[in-house]
Each structure stands twice: as C-alpha cells, then as structure tokens.
Design a protein around this ligand. Structure first.
Ligand code: PLP
Length: 425
C-alpha cells in the first residue's frame, strides 16, 4: 500500500505528517540553499543554533512554559531519563542538604564534620518516591533501585497491589505513602503499554499557597502536546520525541531553572564518592547540557529540525495552541471509546474508566469467547481496511489504538466505524 492508503495506530514511533516529511526530504539534500543538507551541517554552526532556538521558542509557546524553565534536547531516549532524573535530582538533594548542614555548622562546606553529617543524612533520609501505575513507571523505579539501592527508593503507590496484580487503575491519593523530603516524586502521566493516564495533576503533589511543594518529575513521553499541563507544578518533565513530536532520537527535558546553576550545582564527583553515591555519565548531567544549549556533544540537528516543523504546524493549525490539539485528541478518543462501549458483549476496555488513556486505547475483543481468534480476525480485517498498528503490547495482549497527534480525525472516525461494523458482523 502507499502511505496515503493506511491509518497507523502503532504505539511508537508514530506517524509523521507527510507534508513535513516531503519538506524534510528536500532539506536533507540542500538546506536553505547552502548546498549542504540539514543533517550535514555542523552542530556548531549558527544554522544549527537557529534550529535549536526556534524549536525551543515554539515549544515554550505551544505549552506556555514559564520563563523560569529551561529546555534541553538530549539523547538516550525516555529510558536514559529514567537514570538521568534520579541522578540529577539526587544530586540536587545532596547539594541542598550540604548547604543546610553547612548553614548550621559553618566553616568549610567540605569540612569532614559536614561530610559526616551529610553521610548520615543520605543514609537516613535520601528517598526517591515513585508512583507505579504501569510498565513504564515500573521500569523507571527499577532503574532508580539499580542505581541507588532499594534503601533509597520508596514505592509510594503501586496500582497492582489493589488490582489483583494488574495495572489498569491509579490508587486513591489518600493511600499514597509519600516521603517527607523526597529527592523527587516520579510519575508517568500516560502509561503507553497499559493505557492508563492521570486525569489531571495529582492534588497531593500540588504546591501550597507559598508556591512550595514536592519536587515532581513526570514522564510525558506519550501524551505531551495532547493537553494543556500546569508546567509550574513540575520540577522536570521529559519525553521522547517519537510519539507526538518528531522522529526517534531526541528526548526533551523541561526543567525548572532553580535546579541548574547558578541556583543549584551538582555535587562534585569526589563528594559523591565519599557519600557512596553513583556519579552520572557527563551526557546525563542536566547542568552540562544546559550550559551548552544542548550542544555539549554532537546532537542530531535533523531531528530537532523535524521537531521544530511539527511545533510550527501545531501553532499554525491551532490559534489556541495545545488547547486546540487537546480538543481534537479528546474528540478522537471519544469517538473510539464510544464505538467500543456500544458493544459491551463484544469488547472489553482494559483499564478502569476513570483513568483510561485518551492516547493509548487498550481493549480486548471477547466476541465468541475465544479472544485469540476474535482478536486475530479484528486485526486482519482492520489491516485489510488500511487500519494498521493495532496489535496490543506483547505483555498485555489485546488491541491498542494509539491516538497520537498525527492520527487525523478522519482516521479515528474510520477506526470507530470499523469497530462498530466488526461487532455487528
Ligand atoms: N516512557 C514511556 C511512557 C514510553 O512510552 C516509552 C516508550 O515507548 C519510554 C518511556 C521509553 O522510551 P525510549 O524507548 O525512548 O527509551
């Protein structure tokens, strides 16, 4: 089939808009009439800096990111950020504690008495809090444990505990066991595999009237740019580009400047060694990436260029920016869920209704009692109609329709129609 014959619902990487790819093909050969392609220009050139700065400015505009946030383009994927978030926010916690202790003891911050007290504080109080609501937050917490040891990881909530060992819910906030002064509280705002999405920013993580609150870090790899988010409530947000933003290869971090120099510096490698804590690879150190406007090492400027084109298109399509996109995302999700829910004897939505994802729609086909046969037929008939990428994740089975931004409204309409027709056939 040709590109225009199919609607792709794969979980990632996602479709990219065809017009953007057509322009990109030209840019790969000759960018801005320079005779060199966009992927061939030096990452140290003005042209590369312009691509980065424009993409940053457009992301700020799309998401209304306040001035006291920095944007980093990194490599290593969402998975790299499972490590980076733990390293950097533990580093910031250590710096904060060192200053507190130094403030009490006075003298030299590297004095052995300060280090001794700091070591005691690390052993007793250093915690990374995770809310586990699906496979991706589970993986992030496993990385936190691998790097820092289970004694420094607090699983503040785990939806499997109250749901028969399965994901599909978000535990009631009243049951969360948050640490008093966690280095960070981590959650995944949309669980791509399990189809669970936080309906809003958790109340118990909200800053108080003084603006102070827990240090909240979120993985938004699969629902960034599909809804408006209260950026100011987060200390950091990260996402791989490959679902709603661009090609695989770039991970974006939006981080509050108060966690970067001159406000906060990472502890020295020597201090971390004395404290028995791990030291991040330099390419995962946010302050290094920030100081170099994401060009500490060779970055794929082509990937940032595509991200920039996608953001530009979003801004041109929706005068109210991400809220315009949100309305369309919600409408597409509603169309598909309405079709599924119209046939409860044929389909079963996997996650709990209150937390089901607008972006990764996970359901089973129970028609005739034999799910395997029914789902195989569903997938085959779907493909015959140009509806592809619908197979669920291998760990969960079933069907998963990923409703990323590049899936057009007509694509969701086509899928909803097919879901209804299949049920009645
Ligand atoms: N987090 C979420 C929510 C994801 O959906 C994914 C990938 O699908 C990841 C993290 C991992 O990202 P990567 O494959 O870029 O490491």
């Amino acid at each position: 089939p040709s590109r225009s014959d199919i609607t792709y619902f794969g979980a990632g990487p996602a479709l990219l808009p065809t017009d953007i790819l057509e322009d990109a093909a030209k840019a790969l050969l000759n960018y801005h009439d320079t005779g060199l392609g966009i992927a061939e220009h030096s990452h140290r050139s003005q042209l590369a800096a312009d691509v980065i700065n424009q993409a940053k400015a457009d992301l700020v505009s799309c998401l209304d990111i306040p001035d006291d946030y920095e944007i980093l383009f990194m490599q290593g994927g969402g998975t790299g950020q499972f490590s980076a978030t733990a390293y950097n926010f533990v580093g910031a916690w250590v710096t904060r504690k060192q200053q507190e202790i130094f403030g009490e003891i006075k003298g030299d911050p590297n004095d052995s008495k300060v280090i001794q007290r700091l070591k005691e504080a690390v052993d007793k109080d250093l915690k990374i809090d995770y809310l586990i609501t699906g496979g991706w937050s589970q993986k992030a917490s496993a990385e936190g444990e691998r790097l820092f040891g289970s004694e420094h990881v607090n699983i503040a909530a785990d939806s499997r505990k109250t749901n028969g060992g399965k994901f599909g819910t978000i535990p009631d906030e009243s049951t969360w066991k948050l640490s008093k002064d966690a280095a960070l509280v981590y959650f995944c705002s949309n669980e791509t595999v399990d189809g669970v999405e936080f309906p809003g920013f958790p109340k118990s993580l909200q800053p108080g009237p003084d603006g102070k609150g827990p240090i909240v870090v979120a993985d938004m790899s699969s629902n960034i740019l599909t809804k408006k988010i209260p950026v100011k409530n987060f200390s950091a947000i990260f996402f791989g580009a490959q679902k709603n933003l661009g090609p695989t290869g770039i991970t974006v971090v939006i981080i509050k400047k108060s966690f970067l120099p001159p406000f906060t510096s990472q502890p020295s490698a020597n201090l971390m060694r004395q404290l028995g804590l791990p030291i991040p690879p330099i390419i995962f150190q946010y302050e290094t990436i920030a100081k170099n406007n994401s060009l500490y090492n060779t970055l794929s400027i082509f990937d940032v260029y595509i991200i920039g084109q996608v953001l530009r298109k979003l801004l041109q399509t929706y005068p109210d920016k991400v809220e315009g996109q949100q309305a369309v995302s919600n409408k597409k999700a509603q169309l598909v869920y309405d079709a599924i829910e119209a046939f409860p004897e044929i389909y079963q939505i996997i996650p709990n209704k209150a937390v089901r994802s607008r972006i990764n729609i996970c359901f089973r086909v129970i028609k005739g009692g034999d799910m395997d046969t029914a789902e195989r037929a569903f997938l085959e008939e779907g493909i015959a109609q140009g509806l592809t990428g619908l197979k669920g994740h291998r760990s969960l089975g079933g069907i998963r329709a990923s409703n990323y931004n590049s899936v057009p409204l007509e694509g969701a309409e086509k899928l909803a129609k097919f879901i209804r027709a299949f049920a009645m056939s």
